[in-house]
Each structure stands twice: as C-alpha cells, then as structure tokens.
Design a protein around this ligand. Structure first.
Ligand code: AMP
Ligand code: MG
Length: 333
C-alpha cells in the first residue's frame, strides 16, 4: 500500500513517468526516433527498438558487417528476406521513376562526403568517373542473393526508414495496438487513429523556416514521409548550399525546382522511396507521374514557394502561415 502511494505521488509529481512505458525514444539510422503507443507495454516497445537495431545492422553502409556493406565490398552477398525486399522494391521504384531513385548512387553520395560528414565538392571529372558505376539496371537480385558489377555500390538510405516504419507498425499491430504514432526522424507512420478516434494531424515543416510549419495533413492508418535538402546539407566555400538528395543524371545534388516533398499512403517504404524520387524529378515530371500511382497522395513545395498537391489530399490538407495565400497546383489522379 505504502509503495502504491509512493508511486502515485511520483506519477503526480512527474506526469511524464506515467507515459514512460507508452513512448520510447532512441537514436538509430542516424536520426532520433520515437514510438508512441498508449496501449503498448514496455516489452512491446523493447521489441520495436530491437527491430530497428536489427534492420540497421542489415542495411547500414557504415557497419562493415552489414549485408549491404558485404555486397558493396564483394560485389555479391546473400541477403536476408528484409534486405532482399527493400532492394527489390528499390529496383521496382527505379523502373517506375525512370531512374530518379537509384540506389547505386552510393559512390557519388560518398564522394560528396554525405556518409562521413567530411563534405566536399568533387571535380566534374571525378563525378563523371563515379557516374560510370551508377546504373540500377546492372544490379541483379535472384534467389536471395544480389550481385553488383565491379566498382558499383548501393545505399538503401532513401527508403530504409520507410521500411522500418512498416515493420514497427506490424509489430505493434500483432501486439494488439490499435493506435500509435511512429516517428522515425521525418518518416512518420500513423497507426489507426488518435486514441480519441480522431485523425492524426501531422505538421509539415516549412522548408524555408524549419522552425515553422507550412501546413498540416490529417491522416489515419497511413505513412507521412517528407524529404527535402533542408534536412541535411552543407554550405560550400562559395556559399552554395548542397543537399543530400542526388540527381542520378548529373551526380550532383538535385536542384530541379522542388524544395520539399511529402508523400502519404499505406506503405511507408513506397512513400519514402517516392519522396526522394519526386524531389529529383521536379514539379512537372512529378505531376505527370503521380496519376500513375493513385494509392499515394503528394504535397510538394517548389522553389518559388508554390504548392503542388494531389486532389486526393484536398480534404485533408490545411495550409498555415504565409502558405495560406500560396498558389496551389492541384494534381488530378
Ligand atoms: P531521403 O531523405 O529519404 O530523401 O533519402 C536521401 C538519402 O538517400 C541520401 O542521404 C542518400 O543516402 C540517398 N540518396 C540520395 N539521392 C538518391 C537517389 N536519387 N536515389 C536513391 N538514393 C538516394
Ligand atoms: Mg526517401
């Protein structure tokens, strides 16, 4: 009894403790992740955390023992079902997006220093030489093994977190959870609805002023993934800001007219792959592609501050601040 009273006092004094078993924050895949699930006990949240670290050990390009590192080192590797699923979908998405998503860009991404944080602008000759290794059509995947040509290397960073969010949603659902918010550093998965039954309202960051929101999306049971070079970039000596999303056609950070892309849909991996690909394609080509992918909604900001939004999101999007008066290009799907 005394112990119960003591605990009650503690919880009244520190209400955050009451939620401690319902939310878990950890650092993985180079970002801060939070899983909030009021119905989950700590064992289920432990399982989510373990799953993220298990996937990181498979996909990491910096862990020399990961399946992807072995593939990059030897040009051949046996893949577990998770890695095979992500690589296989990456190749499908490359086909769908005309190569805008190309996981074989890794030698280029590495040369610019995005893997180590030792940023630099490679020479045109160096970029041209590295681009000879970039070609997703040369990656082969058969019977649980992948092969790459000499010099080619892959990086699943453009869609791995989306896959991880789907995996966590599965674990939570199997554990009986009906409502949860999985936030893997910008890759959000809204499981079910909010505990009170209403829509989750997800704020979409303003790519120009990252302390503000450009608007909100109301969703249930869906991933909401945002990509933009404002998330990770460096400023070169001449003042130019280079972002982490690369155009496979040039081997340089993509500057094709978009500064932020959000994709929402049931499949987090698909949404993650598409945010990166649409960013590379630019507004016009993205608007032409989206009608072929009716299962996702998209919200894009171009470099003139105008919005490009699929019709499917019209009832669910609320612009905020200066974006209330931004021109909107509606994309019919
Ligand atoms: P995201 O933040 O989901 O847009 O993914 C960006 C990450 O994916 C980068 O940090 C790179 O590791 C990798 N990447 C960049 N550009 C591409 C691209 N065009 N295709 C595939 N992966 C890319
Ligand atoms: Mg992505």
């Amino acid at each position: 009894m005394k112990r119960a009273l003591f605990l009650l006092c503690l919880l009244l004094l520190f209400p955050s403790l009451a939620r401690a078993s319902q939310a878990r924050t950890f650092f993985a895949m180079d970002t801060v992740m939070t899983v909030s699930a009021p119905e989950a006990d700590s064992a289920l949240l432990d399982a989510c955390e373990r799953e993220i670290f298990r996937l990181e050990r498979l996909f990491s390009v910096t862990d020399p023992d990961s399946e992807i590192s072995i593939l990059n080192r030897d040009g051949r590797a046996a893949l577990s079902p998770d890695t095979e699923r992500v690589l296989s979908y990456a190749l499908d998405a490359a086909r769908l997006t005309g190569g805008a998503l190309d996981v074989t860009l890794y030698p280029v991404v590495k040369a610019w220093g995005f893997t180590t944080g030792e940023y630099r602008v490679p020479s045109d000759e160096e970029i041209a030489a590295l681009l000879t290794y970039v070609d997703w059509t040369q990656a082969e995947l058969t019977d649980g093994a992948a092969t790459l040509p000499e010099g080619a290397q892959v990086d699943l960073g453009a869609l791995a977190k989306g896959y991880a969010s789907d995996a966590l949603a599965d674990i939570l659902i199997r554990g009986g959870v009906t409502s949860a918010l999985i936030d893997l550093g910008g890759n959000i998965y809204c499981l079910g609805s909010k505990p009170d039954g209403s829509f989750w309202r997800i704020g979409i960051r303003d790519p120009i002023d990252s302390s503000a929101y450009l608007g909100s999306l109301s969703v249930k049971n869906a991933a909401v993934v945002t990509s933009g070079s404002y998330e990770r970039n460096f400023t070169a000596e001449d003042g130019h800001v280079y972002g982490h999303i690369f155009d496979p056609a040039t081997g340089r950070p993509a500057e094709n007219g978009l500064i932020s892309v959000t994709v929402t849909g049931k499949n987090g991996m698909q949404c993650d792959a598409l945010t990166t690909a649409l960013y590379v394609l630019g507004p016009q080509a993205a608007a032409e592609l989206l009608p072929h992918i009716p299962e996702v909604g998209a919200l894009m900001v171009d470099d003139g501050g105008e919005l490009w939004i699929t019709e499917s999101l019209r009832p669910f999007f609320t612009p905020l601040g200066s974006y209330q008066s931004a021109p909107i290009h509606w994309i019919a799907q």
